[in-house]
Write a protein that binds this ligand. Structure first.
Ligand code: NAD
Length: 308
């Protein structure tokens, strides 16, 4: 495993991180024993960043991850979130995020997290996030309940706006840097680099789309993007290349991103995805793929409040 410092923090995170949302049955029903095995196997293979949220499976993912981490808390860098508690349930108030973290700590069976992130900030009032939520997170940091704090979201514009107003230790975005979309590289990376803010890239499989099973029904992308991903799949199949491996490899090669978070729920997926670390870059194949996804490349969907 290779590791990279997360911005200016002391967290040395694995290049491949474990996204725990599938443990909350967000994509499909999973087997909890298999999920536990996946977590243990990932730790044995050197994965140390585990990312979760009370939103995933409405606390189920945190419950299951917490149970899998019993006796292993010190082997991992644990990241969770606050502020989002359901599809349409948000509470970015200081009281809300403080009690939110208490619940997370209980479920994760620990008394601190390494990274506490405000979840999907584009759904909140940006002024509140800047003036109330992040100061509340700094308080929690002072109390030793969170080592570092960050923000997450789909809207790069909102992440930028908040981070430009108030320093944060880390930022996370999803579905903005992978085989289908790369706009994070121009819209967020230069700012993160300049201010040495840790950057986490989530959803290298475009939330399941870049796999043989395809995306879940709730996936927000337009049908044309689904069709483009099937064209990518066909190219990989014809060349005998594993689509998830190639997709993850593409993200792992990013020079600034500290960790790429892949959602996993079985040991088999952990093994398959770890292979991407040792895969060889194939620029010709990537160029061929990028040629077939134009004009559907960099297609994004609306997220959060209109003004964000
Ligand atoms: P992803 O692109 O990592 O895809 C996950 C899906 O791919 C799951 O269905 C998983 O079972 C499947 N999969 C994984 N490896 C596979 C393989 N080798 N073969 C076939 N299928 C495979 O999307 P994601 O899970 O949404 O993103 C990763 C993590 O990033 C999340 O679990 C979460 O921790 C984090 N995340 C955070 C935010 C946020 O903060 N707003 C948003 C999205 C994701």
């Amino acid at each position: 495993m290779r590791y990279r410092k997360l911005g200016l923090t002391e967290l040395n995170v694995s290049l491949l991180g474990f996204g725990a949302s599938p443990l909350g049955d967000v994509f499909f029903r999973t087997n909890p024993e298999e999920g536990t095995q996946a977590v243990h196997h990932a730790i044995d293979e050197g994965v140390n960043l585990f990312d979760v949220s009370p939103y995933y499976g409405l606390t189920l993912a945190e419950e299951r991850l917490g149970s899998a981490l019993v006796g292993k808390r010190d082997s991992v860098i644990l990241a969770t979130k606050c502020g989002r508690y359901g599809d349409h349930i948000f509470d970015f108030s200081p009281r809300g995020v403080t009690s939110g973290l208490e619940g997370s700590l209980r479920r994760l069976r620990t008394d601190y997290v390494d990274l506490l992130q405000v979840h999907d900030i584009e759904f909140g009032d940006t002024e509140q996030v800047i003036n109330e939520t992040l100061p509340a997170l700094r308080q929690l940091q002072k109390q030793g309940k969170a080592r570092y704090i960050g923000i997450t979201g789909y809207s790069l514009k909102t992440l930028l706006r908040v981070a430009a107003e108030l320093p944060v230790d880390a930022m996370l975005s999803y579905c903005r840097y992978n085989l289908l979309v790369t706009d994070m590289d121009v819209a967020l990376v230069p700012f993160a680099r300049q201010h040495e803010i840790g950057l986490i890239n989530a959803s290298p499989l475009h939330m399941g789309m870049l796999t043989e099973n395809g995306a879940p029904e709730w996936h927000p992308a337009e049908p044309a993007v689904h069709a483009a991903s099937r064209r990518v799949e066909a190219i990989c199949k014809a060349k005998g290349v594993s689509l998830p491996e190639l997709a993850i490899r593409f993200c792992l090669a990013h020079p600034y991103v500290s960790s790429t978070l892949v959602g996993m729920a079985t040991q088999r997926q952990v093994d398959e995805n770890l292979r991407a670390l040792n895969a060889v870059d194939d620029d010709e194949l990537i160029a061929e793929i990028q040629a077939v996804i134009v004009p559907d490349q960099n297609a994004v969907w609306p997220s959060g409040r209109e003004e964000n």
